[in-house]
Design a protein around this ligand. Structure first.
Ligand SMILES: [Zn+2]
Length: 630
């Protein structure tokens, strides 16, 4: 993947959950539920007319689609506030202080008074139909490698409920996450390369971590991107969860927009006019009477039909990759059909035959749609009304392709690409929250926070080098990780293992285990510290540490000592080890007689494969050498 040479403009929003004692507007804890929900309640969101008057088309549409929401709750993680049956309390002062600290660390100007606003959200993720958000500071500046990055604003928001299920008519949400404080840091849109954007995201992450009051682990941090290129459009990409994906997501968005511009140019060459996109859909149900395509069979058996449309001169373009093989122009058409009509998806000519649709069926479709060789077709199997809406959405998107890139809000995927969620919302989506009084930011609070300002990431890096004799690379990696305070606590508590071992484990080893799929981030700090202590007091070997972390990540609630037993990692006594060495010598007596001490490497290898992780290799060397020379 080459970095683009086009000037691209990227704005970044970093959201991170705060690790405060309680939620933003109530006394509930900021931890997610560990047990199944105790009760469900069903709601249909009904914003008042005055509120709806300000809602953009897409939100209005979603509302009118009449989705019901099933909320799941329990008394440990939510109360009447999250259920919207009691007004919110005052803004959590602890959360405000964390935001102000981040503001001071980024040279941002705190506001005089924090006003809570309502931002309309009609997907059901908030029981109220809006998200509460408030600006805490403005106009900061972050210096990264000598470049000055302008910070537009720092806000304090409430996190939304988390989605647990989705059917056609009902969405399920667990409200334990609703109301957890989120800090949002927004950069001004400036020209950047994808790798620079990633650096900025990392630097902001480090500042937030420096407050020592942010959560870590999957779902606790989320990056949104606003990306535009010349002649392209402003695209909002939501929810990039991993820092390592930020650069890739930017690059793939640039590639996507460039690919769409190429499609636009190709359509121009083919002299396609928007009027040529016909909305005369043809009923193709008879073609698919005995089809093997499961989706279509299910639709027709429920009384639905198969509708098809011709996209004149679009042949070959629907299958065209938009920067990555998982995303094609056809995927974009499909996203629109799903959003506006609620269909499961579409089939298009560039991806067929496949999904059980045969050559014969395709030939019949082409004939009924009177297709020429450079035409494409799209078919949908569903209730007729829905199928029609879906093809209308496809036709609209096909027309937009003639102009290039439509403005959209998109959702980040794990591979760095994105999918359409909705058209970009209009600007007027906020209005004041009258239930929460404004919180003044006094001089004395600022003075107090200035007095106990945490060290900057740069200062922390320097100090770790000095205090723990770490090299610069390890020290920087620690500051870039979520583990620098755990490192310090452990390094102070452990007397035998070296600080550099602890640092390497907490950075490189944890990272590579995460990459293998082990959720090391979910392990409690105290448990990790305990595992280090087991190494320090000689209960387990250093080499056993990765296995212990893997085990603990799968048994979050168990005590590490249980892992030692379960995995058989307890270190051997010297006499146990000597017995094993003797067994190996006995087994290889011939080799020993022939080679003498030159048999050491092969014996060492076979002994280690038996005792690895249960003893110190140095001890094996010592015992074996002694036995070979006497
Ligand atoms: Zn609550």
């Amino acid at each position: 993947m080459n970095e683009t040479i086009h000037p691209i403009k990227v704005g970044l929003e970093v959201h991170r959950q705060l690790d405060t004692d309680h939620k933003l507007f109530c006394a509930c804890p900021t931890q997610l539920a560990e047990k199944p929900p105790e009760r469900n309640f069903f709601r249909r969101l009904r914003p008042t007319q005055s509120e709806l008057g300000q809602v953009d088309q897409a939100a209005l549409f979603e509302f009118h689609r009449g989705k019901g929401i099933m909320y799941e709750s329990d008394h440990m993680t939510s109360c009447l506030v999250e259920m919207d049956e009691e007004p919110p309390g005052i803004l959590n002062p602890e959360a405000i202080e964390v935001c102000l600290t981040a503001a001071l660390l980024t040279n941002a100007q705190p506001v005089d008074e924090i006003h809570v606003m309502r931002k309309i959200v009609i997907d059901g993720s908030n029981t109220t139909g809006f998200q509460r958000t408030s600006v805490v500071a403005l106009n900061g500046l972050l210096t990264i490698d000598g470049n000055k990055i302008p910070i537009d604003q720092i806000s304090l928001e409430e996190d939304a409920a988390r989605k647990t299920s989705q059917t056609r008519d009902t969405a399920g949400y667990r409200i334990d996450r609703l109301g957890i404080p989120l800090i949002e840091v927004t950069t001004a849109p400036v020209f950047h390369s994808p790798s620079e954007v990633e650096k900025v995201a990392l630097a902001i992450g480090n500042v937030l971590r420096a407050t020592r009051k942010v959560k870590r682990g999957l779902g606790s941090v989320r990056q949104d991107l606003n990306v535009s290129i010349p002649n392209g459009a402003l695209i909002e990409i939501k929810g990039v969860q991993e820092l390592e994906l930020v650069g890739k997501a930017v690059q793939l968005e640039v590639d996507r927009q460039n690919a769409l511009l190429q499609i636009r140019d190709e359509l121009k060459r083919r002299a396609v006019q928007s009027l040529a996109i016909s909305r005369n859909y043809v009923n193709l149900t008879s073609v698919f009477q005995n089809t093997k395509a499961r989706v279509i069979r299910e639709a027709t058996s429920r009384g639905g039909c198969v509708l098809g449309m011709k996209l004149q001169h679009y042949g070959g373009l629907l299958g065209r990759e938009l920067g990555i093989s998982s995303l094609r122009f056809g995927t974009e058409l499909s996203g629109r059909a799903t959003f506006w009509a609620g269909v499961g998806g579409i089939f298009h000519s560039d991806e067929l035959p496949s999904y059980g649709i045969s050559e014969t069926e395709i030939a019949q479709v082409r004939e009924l749609l009177q297709m020429a060789t450079d035409d494409a077709f799209v078919i949908v199997g569903d209730q007729e009304r829905r199928a029609r809406d879906a093809l209308d959405a496809v036709a609209d998107r096909a027309v937009e392709a003639l102009a290039g890139v439509p403005e959209e809000t998109r959702n980040a995927m794990p591979d760095g690409s994105s999918r359409f969620i909705r058209p970009r919302p209009g600007a007027a989506r906020m209005y004041p929250e009258t239930d929460v009084p404004p919180a003044p930011v006094t001089e004395s609070v600022i003075a107090k926070l200035k007095n106990r300002l945490p060290e900057t990431p740069e200062e922390a890096t320097e100090r770790l080098i000095k205090e723990y004799s770490l090299n610069a690379k390890l020290s920087k990696q620690l500051v870039n990780s979520d583990y620098s305070s755990l490192f310090e606590r452990t390094a102070k508590a452990c007397t035998r293992i070296q600080s550099s071992f602890i640092a390497t484990m907490l950075t490189e080893t944890c990272k590579s285990l995460e990459r293998e799929g082990f959720a090391i981030h979910d392990i409690d700090d105290q448990k990790v510290a305990l595992i280090f202590r087991l190494v320090d007091d000689g209960t387990i070997a250093k080499e056993a540490m990765p296995d212990m972390l893997k085990w603990q990540s799968q048994k979050l609630n168990l005590d590490p000592t249980e892992g030692v037993n379960e995995l058989g990692l307890k270190m051997m006594s010297r006499s146990e080890l000597e017995t094993i060495v003797n067994q190996h010598l006995e087994k290889n007596r011939k080799l020993v007689e022939e080679k003498g001490s030159a048999a050491f490497p092969s014996l060492m290898g076979s002994i280690m494969s038996e005792v690895r992780g249960k003893t110190d290799p140095k001890l094996v060397t010592e015992i074996l050498k002694k036995k070979l020379t006497t």
